[in-house]
Design a protein around this ligand. Structure first.
Ligand code: SAM
Length: 226
């Protein structure tokens, strides 16, 4: 796993504080997800949701708050991120947290919906992105929605958006931190243009995605398992 995709120790401990400051509208993205998924899963009593790369459990908490009948499984390779999620979600009944990878989940159980938020841009586009999307698709019922949140665009466009982002970052980010962050994003994150997203989702067996949200270089799409 590349260094940027590793979320351990301090990076995990400070994740919630940092993420909400560095991704514009992160809280909105999380809190709106259950309502977007509702449109697809309806009011059926048994809704099973797979949260791939659940991190500290932020999407999971929104789903559990939204409907106490929703059954939410979160999976993430980082024990430290999952440890934080366990504490955060300990009072909710219908949740399960797993340290591991989606490909390790049994594929007999089909979920009714899935999310993949801020994970794909860490994986290289050498088969790793497509394989993760395929692993999710294999575990979804036909027609089940998938929400993907990710960084997207061409390098030049990302560079321009990073300049804009540094204007709106809170004062906790000094000039040196902003510069280092921009450099890391430009050079080490595996962002791809939206067209490539569409191709990868199609290869994995999903419908044409609809981009329903964008904050600078971060987008959110919904598509369905075909
Ligand atoms: C930026 S965090 C996103 C957490 C959460 N989904 C959110 O939106 O706040 C990225 C997460 O992806 C996880 N991750 C890294 N590689 C992964 C993989 N191959 N499959 C699933 N999750 C992965 C990391 O451990 C980390 O918890």
């Amino acid at each position: 796993m590349n260094e940027l995709a590793k979320f351990d120790n301090e990076k995990a401990a400070s994740y919630d504080e940092r993420i909400a400051m560095s991704i514009p509208n992160y809280d909105y993205l999380m809190s709106s997800m259950p309502r977007y998924l509702s449109k697809f899963v309806g009011k059926s009593s048994e809704v099973k949701i797979l949260v791939a790369g659940c991190g500290t459990g932020n999407e999971m908490e929104q789903f559990l708050l939204h409907d106490e009948k929703w059954n939410v499984t979160g999976i993430d390779p980082s024990p430290d991120m999952v440890g934080i999620a366990r504490k955060k979600l300990r009072l909710y009944k219908n949740q399960k947290l797993i340290v591991g990878r989606v490909k390790g989940l049994p594929d007999g159980l089909k979920y009714d919906a899935a999310t993949l938020s801020l994970v794909l841009h860490f994986l290289p586009d050498n088969g790793a992105k497509a394989n993760l999307l395929k692993s999710i698709a294999q575990r979804l019922a036909k027609g089940a929605p998938l929400i993907v949140v990710d960084m997207f665009g061409e390098k030049d466009e990302i560079w321009q958006k990073l300049q804009l982002l540094s204007e709106i970052l809170p004062e906790e980010f000094d000039a040196k931190t902003k510069k280092e962050m921009s450099q890391r994003i430009l050079e080490e994150i595996n962002y791809i243009p939206e067209e490539r997203f569409k191709e990868l989702l199609q290869i994995a067996g999903f419908s044409e995605p609809l981009r329903y949200h964008q904050s600078l270089m971060y987008g959110a799409w919904v598509c369905q398992k075909q």
